[in-house]
Design a protein around this ligand. Sequence first.
Ligand code: AMP
Length: 615
Amino acid sequence: MGKIAINIATGSIQQSETIVGIDLGTTNSLIAIVRHDTKKAIALREIDGLTLVPSVVHFDHFGNPSVGVSAAEKMISDPQNTIYSVKRLMGKSYKDVASETNQFSYKVIDDNSDSLVKIQVGERFYSPIDLSSLILKELKARAEHILKTPVNKAVITVPAYFNDTQRQATRDAGKLAGLDVLRIVNEPTAASLAYGMGLKADEEKTIAVYDLGGGTFDLSILHIHNGICEVLATNGDTYLGGDDFDQAIVKHWIQELNFPSLNNAQAKLRLAAERAKKQLSESDFFEEKTSEYTLSLSRAQLETIASPLIQRSLDCCRNALNDAQLSINNIDEVVMVGGSTRLYLVKEKVKQFFGKDRLYDNLNPDEVVALGAAIQADILAGNNTEMLLLDVTPLSLGIETMGGLMDVLIPRNSKIPNKAGRQYTTQIDGQSSMRISVFQGERDLVKDNRALATLNLSGIPGMPAGLPKVEVSFLIDADGILKVSAKELRSGVEQSIEISPKYGLTDEQMEAMLLDSLSNAKEDMQARALVEASTEAQQMLDTVNRFLQKNGSLLQAEENQTTQNQMNILKEALESKDKNLIQTETEKLNEITRPYAERLMDAALTEAMKGKKIL
Ligand code: AMP
């Protein structure tokens, strides 16, 4: 089947523009880019060497926000004005999160409604979108500072289980932060992409992405095929992560040391627990002495403490496999994401569970999602492959039909992936080729829309007009690539043509096209009516012409003259571009010629009867 690949991206994309990838995390966020020179994805690093920005917003007495490390430091000293884990509230109503609100030290407004939650800080109210936008604004400012160039476009990742409202909330947060969010990408998909999975067209793989972060655990099973990444199942625990390991260590110390004044020591102990946990990734023993007490932990002790928590994550893995109706043998690769996968025991247990000798864990597990987002951004920028990606069709897609009319196959705002097909036929007897021109836009006439490509289907065997059945199909895959194919069904003729990809429209161009279609709707209808009337008139003229050439002898001289006269009048009407006149004159020609058809039938019958005996 003839195929053309057309790129229909949403944004104005130039080769040199940097589009950043953002991992907007529950605990930490970070930005990555693909470097123009090395073509490698890297996380952006401040002079202090830090890549992670705590996803925490603090408001001072005046309501001025600060984001990141300085805000995170206020979590203990000023908890009511320090907002963390806002990602857990994205796109949710109070009813959705009612059972979790005791987990937050800040005030989540209980309006007992289905509308989206608000957070109260002092006298002010903020939506999770506002708060996320503050984090994104900070990330944007950092990127601009490090890159020394304006950053206006981004790809942002979200968990695979995020629903449409949560995805839209994330998009809106980006917009509020002054970012054009070109794409929302699933975190596990981004992580796989960071390891180069899904970049090759002929690759087929089933991947488990094990993501154990600070506060949440997610397991996603992905199937990659033909460059399309499908999420087969997700499972997880929204309250299982590194924090739970820290808490379990604290509990162990409290029991071991018999602490008297629990409350004062707890915050300090938690920080020490995290240090212990991290250090035990490299050494076998941790010890910290203060004037009051000595904290110690061996790797073996940590593993005993961590084991039941890790087991909980493996139960989620089993559930996800069941949901996807897969067995462990079906999983080709396991990708590790999140800081807590640095724990040696986590790696060992995951290897055991999936029966693997090796895991994909050599990239920094805190950065891997952002790195994948950067790779996706690079693809969108047109730097990486010829393909450009999008997630809904921004403008209608269709082909040109008779008289230059736009016949829409996939309307604007259709979800992708999407498929549509329609049958067309020939206009002329013996027509051996058909030109299929693909357009994008909302106007009724293709001349007002944007030409994307032309597919030429040739070699159609000679048939009377109207008999060939040409099936034109549009397929937009999950990555937003449009493939157009054409096949003549009676003969099986198909065409193969490749058209080099074109870049997408800028937002301004797209907006202009949409506005254009609205303001021209009335004229478009008139234009469409004129085209339809003219097409019908032309077809009528062609048919009568053919009849006169073949069967002129059946007509009397006077009839011939009347017909010719009416044909000339109709041709003049066509020139006038007056729709009503064209319709009237077409009808007159129809009236004049209708009896000829009967006569032709009679003649054909007489001919057929010749020489035959009637019994
Ligand atoms: P993330 O949400 O992906 O940034 O994960 C952060 C979590 O990873 C926190 O709970 C950290 O304590 C944990 N983490 C970071 N480094 C290590 C390490 N070396 N060993 C164990 N856990 C770690």
